[in-house]
Every structure is written in structure tokens, then in C-alpha cells.
Design a protein around this ligand. Structure first.
Ligand SMILES: [Zn+2]
Length: 257
């Protein structure tokens, strides 16, 4: 949680979070130098993993990838992609991500395909970011590419789903993520969708960025589901068992449930 204080790790731990997976993401301003990515990767791999343990005795893992927005700086992106494999070999790294689409450009598609290949070669889980503008058609395009490339869908999570994308994402064998975040999807609507579509392959996650996101969104959604009368085992499926099963496909994921 590079954009958060040690206190946020403690609050998360008190809310029952023993393990978190931090994806490499867009930092609020486009990076313009490949070196900035390498420093950032080092920071989340080493410093954040150490800080989560020091602050809250929390297991911390990372996914590494070139975020779609920044794929549009083609020269810089090529330099970053060339070195991503060496970061995937590091101990706390459990997957590739987040990758996917922002504006659905050719450069984004090129970076997306290259990173899907990397993940497939190494049999690593992948976090796929769906775009915020024109989301249904961007999600359609993501599904087309995944199907066309024939990559292992069971190792992919299509993230940031809403009521406008769920019918597209559930056509695949990919995992279905809901990022509980103001302006993306709120807990109440995400729970409504689970009541309609069931909990198979469904995963709740949260954001912990610089904007008004909430690192406690998942435990709060858990409480809300219990208050709505959900069976505790079913709640656990969405907030724990499914994400555990998904990331446990990674050889580097050592968290003991
Ligand atoms: Zn994202």
C-alpha cells in the first residue's frame, strides 16, 4: 500500500486482513522514464513487504506489470517490458498485473498481449484492469484477446466488474473481480450482483490509492453481507477462499490459511 501510512496497515490487520496483495498500478501521474518503474517495483517488492510486516505483521505480496495507461509511451514501455521478467522472479511477486486496457489503443493491446504471454509462459496469475470509459466494449475486447490467444483463463482475474460487464466476464472461465471503490462499484451493488449471479469465481477486492479509496472495503462488505443474512461460509468464499485459491496458483504465494 505504497500510497498509505503504516496506520492503514494496522487498521486493516485489526479488521482481520492477515495478507494483502499489492498490484503495480498507475501512480496518479504518468511516469515518463523507464527507470521510475524500476524504482517503483523495488519499492513495492522490498520496502512495502517489509513495512507491512513491521507495521502490522501482515503478509504482503506484489504483482508486477506495466499499467495500460503508461503503455502508450511506446519507447518507455518497451524498455519496461524487457525487464519485467527479472522482477517476476523475485520472492514476494505472485503474478502479473495490473495489465489490460485504459483507452483501448494499439499500444495498450501490444503491451497487454506481451504480458499475457509472459504470464502464460511462467504459469502465473494475472490481474486484468478493465477500462473506466466505454467499459463494456473494452471488456469485450479483453475477452476476445484472452480467447484468441488461448491463455489459461483459470489463472486470470478480470477486475473492476460492474453490472455493465458481468455478463461479458462470466462467459469466460476467468475469475471475476469487484473492486469496491467509490465511482467503480459500491459494496451494496456488488452484493446485489452476487445474489443474482452466485459466488463461483467471484472475488471482492479493494483499492488503497491516493484518492478516496478504502483499504477496509472488503471487511466492511463482509459485515454487510452478514447483516444481509448471508451464510458465513458463502461470505468467506468471496472475501477469502476464492482470492486464496486464485493466488495460491502462484509458486511464490506462501501464505498459510
Ligand atoms: Zn485497475
Amino acid at each position: 500500500m505504497v500510497s498509505r501510512s503504516a496506520e492503514d496497515y494496522r487498521r486493516a490487520r485489526h479488521a482481520g486482513i492477515e495478507c494483502c496483495i499489492e498490484p503495480a498500478f498507475w501512480s496518479g501521474q504518468d511516469k515518463r522514464h523507464a527507470g521510475a518503474f524500476f524504482d517503483y517495483f523495488e519499492q513495492i517488492i522490498d520496502h512495502e513487504t517489509d513495512r507491512a510486516e513491521r507495521a502490522a505483521n501482515m503478509d504482503h505480496y506484489v504483482t508486477i506489470g506495466l499499467e495500460p495507461k503508461e503503455a502508450n509511451y511506446r519507447d518507455m514501455a518497451a524498455e519496461v517490458l524487457d525487464r519485467i521478467p527479472e522482477y517476476l522472479d523475485r520472492d514476494p511477486v505472485v503474478g502479473v498485473g495490473e495489465i489490460g486496457f485504459d483507452q483501448v489503443t494499439d499500444a495498450e493491446e501490444w503491451a497487454f498481449r506481451r504480458q499475457l504471454e509472459l504470464a502464460e509462459d511462467r504459469e502465473l496469475p494475472v490481474i486484468v484492469h478493465t477500462p473506466h470509459t466505454d467499459k463494456p466494449s473494452g471488456t469485450e475486447r479483453i475477452v476476445e484477446i484472452i480467447e484468441e490467444m488461448g491463455v489459461t483463463q483459470e489463472r486470470i482475474i478480470i477486475d473492476h466488474n460492474t453490472e455493465n460487464t458481468i455478463d461479458i466476464s462470466t462467459r469466460t472461465d476467468c475469475w471475476i473481480g469487484f473492486t469496491l471503490y467509490p465511482g467503480k462499484i459500491e459494496a451494496a451493488s456488488a452484493i446485489d450482483l452476487l445474489e443474482e449471479y452466485g459466488t463461483d469465481n467471484m472475488i471482492f477486492n479493494s483499492a488503497a490509492d491516493w484518492d478516496p479509496s478504502d483499504p477496509l472495503a472488503v471487511p466492511k462488505a463482509r459485515d454487510r453481507m452478514i447483516d444481509r443474512g448471508w451464510d458465513r461460509e458463502e461470505v468467506r468464499t468471496v472475501v477469502f477462499d476464492n482470492p486464496y485459491e486464485f493466488f495460491n496458483q502462484s509458486p511464490n504465494f506462501d501464505y498459510e490459511a
